[in-house]
Design a protein. Structure first.
Lengths: 509, 133
């Protein structure tokens, strides 16, 4: 070891010891009565408040816990670390604070645990500010209605179920239907389109390998610099899984409160509810439906209510939430899915059948909805996607009806043909979000019938040809269109001309 | 079968009786009989802690002072004054405990409160802090 580092270490130690000098005031203490399964029961600490942090002195250092059950004779607290060294009879101190995490731009590009400790092998995170993990949501007067778009880059969503900044849009579906993929694409789009939106991805009980792959992909796509990942794995204590979304939200709120925009992704709230159920049952709270405790609705409503579009007085920032829920066999009427559906401002439902038919993203046009995003949709996309959702829903119904007979009138046949082309158009590979002009040009080519002569199988090729040609020939117009304004007559004519020309190369002879 | 009373209720009762001047032996017998009848003898330790807590609230404080070495009479006097000042207690008594594992400094344990100025405690805090970083 060099002399310099010894000097530094000595300085650090001195500083640490100085900071330990107590003000010689008495700490409130209690004693552990029982411990097990990550839960401790403490005697004493009569002044402890709900969610207040407790410190347990073990032989291996101090282990923290937070009080959740305040009873007449004892306190039930959930440990934030391993219970291996925690024993009955040990002293418990009241820390005098509720849970806080570091917040600020220093966290960008980092992977942290729900306590804000770096778990990416990088240096310790030092922030200027700390944020409360549990915080009351902004009141009515501090809010503004959702009016700015949050472009996901996914045509099907931006055209049919637009999401606004400050909205809560649920992504729901069975396992392996592309829920996380939608969220990742949305994060990538924020970087590609330079929207300035900060991403906070909260992995709740996700496999560490999956999180590692995700971080690697985000780095490849150049998104990690504006992203914070709050990760918990299935081997973490239930308390950390429970805290993860609240801690992530505290980190996102920093940007919201500083006139910036942040996007929260909670992957997923089903595992969050399960972790809370485990904690509640161990704390001996009475179980209700599906063994969840009575306040499981409040668990998610108080979390999602923190996502908001702030008023001009509060700086105009926003916090958008994309919670994810995993269903079993497409059952959206189960307890947790119905709860979260009723809390959010809409949902994007992913269907297993569509996924295996190769329609990806497998978005169900009939069951998905965006309740407030319409007001936030860009004029450009709005002008071309008017009856897209209706057309697609009608097509899916007609298509299933048409299977029973071959005698179809011309208009029905045309509707089915166009629906097939539309379905092809809305297919989109992963990690390839589209910009506004690409979406507008593609949608108008199909809905206006410019691609009517192109067989469904070649729609994607025709679309690629159209986009490549129009970006070359009308670059200036496309830059203008990308700003989101309604397409001018000149641009509309340019799209028509180029689309018809592109379609010619793929028409059936 | 006796009605189940909370530990807090039992402790408040015992503390009130003792402060009222009842003979400790009588109160102890009464409590022991209740605990045996209601099969709650295991809770004795916690009830005693609660009684000490309620007595302290009413001005009768009993402390335990732990140190690595014998404390001088002067230090003990200073500690007594400190306890009186901090708790507002009128009657202060304490036991002293020599525990070499605390390494140095002093730990004052009061009912429900504690001042740990031992070297062992400070090292534990330091250890935790460096572990986190």
């Amino acid at each position: 070891m060099s002399e310099l580092s010894i000097t530094e270490l000595s300085k650090d130690l001195r500083k640490a010891i100085e900071s330990l000098e107590s003000d010689k005031s008495l700490d409130e203490v209690g004693v552990i009565v029982r411990v097990g399964d990550g839960v401790v029961w403490v005697h004493g600490l009569r002044n402890a408040g709900y969610s207040e942090v407790l410190q347990i002195e073990t032989t291996d250092g101090i282990v923290e816990a937070f009080a959740l059950n305040l009873l007449e004779d004892e306190i039930g607290a959930v440990l934030l670390g391993s219970d291996a060294k925690v024993k009955a009879g040990q002293t418990v101190r009241l820390k005098g604070t509720v849970l806080e995490v570091p917040v600020g731009p220093e966290l960008l590009g980092r992977v942290v645990n729900p306590l804000g400790v770096a778990i990416d092998g990088g240096p310790a995170i030092k922030t200027k500010q700390r944020g409360l993990v549990e915080r009351e949501a902004i009141g009515v007067m501090g809010r503004k209605s959702v009016h700015e778009p949050l472009m996901t880059g996914i045509v099907a969503i931006d055209a049919m179920f637009p999401i606004g900044r400050g909205q809560r849009e649920l992504i729901i579906g069975d396992r392996q239907t592309g829920k996380t993929a939608l969220a990742i694409d949305t994060m990538i789009n924020q970087a590609k389109q330079n929207t300035g939106v900060v991403n906070v991805y909260v992995a709740i009980g996700q496999k560490s390998s999956k999180v590692a792959r995700l971080v690697e992909r985000l780095k490849q796509e150049g998104v990690m610099d504006q992203t914070i990942v709050v990760a918990t794995s299935p081997s973490d204590p239930a308390s950390l899984l429970y805290l993860a979304p609240y801690a992530g939200t505290a980190m996102g709120e920093y940007f919201r409160d500083n006139s910036q925009h942040a996007l929260m992704i909670y992957d997923d709230l089903t595992k969050h509810a399960v972790a809370y159920r485990q904690m509640s049952l161990l704390l001996r709270r009475p179980p209700g439906r599906e063994a969840y405790p009575g306040d499981v609705f409040y668990l998610h409503s108080r979390l999602l209510e923190r996502s908001a579009k702030l008023s001009d007085e509060l700086g105009n920032g926003s916090l958008t939430a994309l919670p994810i829920i995993e269903t079993q066999a497409g059952d959206i009427s189960a307890y947790i899915p119905t709860n979260v559906i009723s809390i959010t401002d809409g949902q994007i439902f992913l269907e297993t059948d569509l996924f295996y038919q190769g329609i990806r993203p497998a978005i169900s046009a009939g069951l998905s909805v965006s309740r407030v995003g319409g007001a936030a949709q860009t004029s450009a996309v709005k002008s071309v996607s008017g009856n897209l959702k209706l057309g697609l829903s009608q097509f899916r119904e007609l298509a299933s009806f048409a299977q029973f007979g071959s005698d179809l009138d011309a208009s029905t046949k045309q509707q089915i043909d166009r629906g097939q082309r539309l379905t092809e158009l809305l297919k989109q590979p992963q990690y390839q979000p589209m910009s506004v002009w690409e979406q507008v040009v593609s949608i108008s080519a199909v809905t206006n019938g410019y691609f009517d002569g192109v067989p469904a199988a070649h729609v994607k090729d025709a679309q690629a040809a159209l986009l490549s040609k129009i970006s070359k020939d009308h670059k200036k117009d496309m830059v203008e269109l990308d700003k989101g304004g309604k397409p001018t007559e000149e641009i509309t004519k340019a799209i028509e001309k180029t689309a018809k020309a592109a379609a010619k190369g793929f028409e059936e002879k | 079968m006796a009605k189940k009373l909370s530990r807090r209720t039992l402790a408040t009762y015992v503390a009130d009786r003792l402060i009222a001047g009842d003979a400790p032996a009588g109160v102890v017998m009464q409590l022991a009989a209740y605990l045996v009848e209601s099969r709650r003898t295991k809770e004795l330790g916690l009830i005693v802690r609660d009684v000490a807590y309620f007595l302290a609230e009413k001005g009768t404080v009993h402390a335990t002072i732990t140190s690595a070495f014998d404390l001088s009479a002067e230090t003990q006097k200073a500690i007594e004054a400190f306890i009186k000042e901090e708790t507002g207690g009128t009657t202060v008594s304490f036991d002293t405990l020599i525990d070499p594992t605390v390494l140095g400094g002093v730990k004052i344990s009061l009912p429900g409160r504690e001042l740990d100025q031992t070297v062992a405690h400070q090292l534990t805090v330091l250890k935790t802090r460096f572990k986190k970083a």
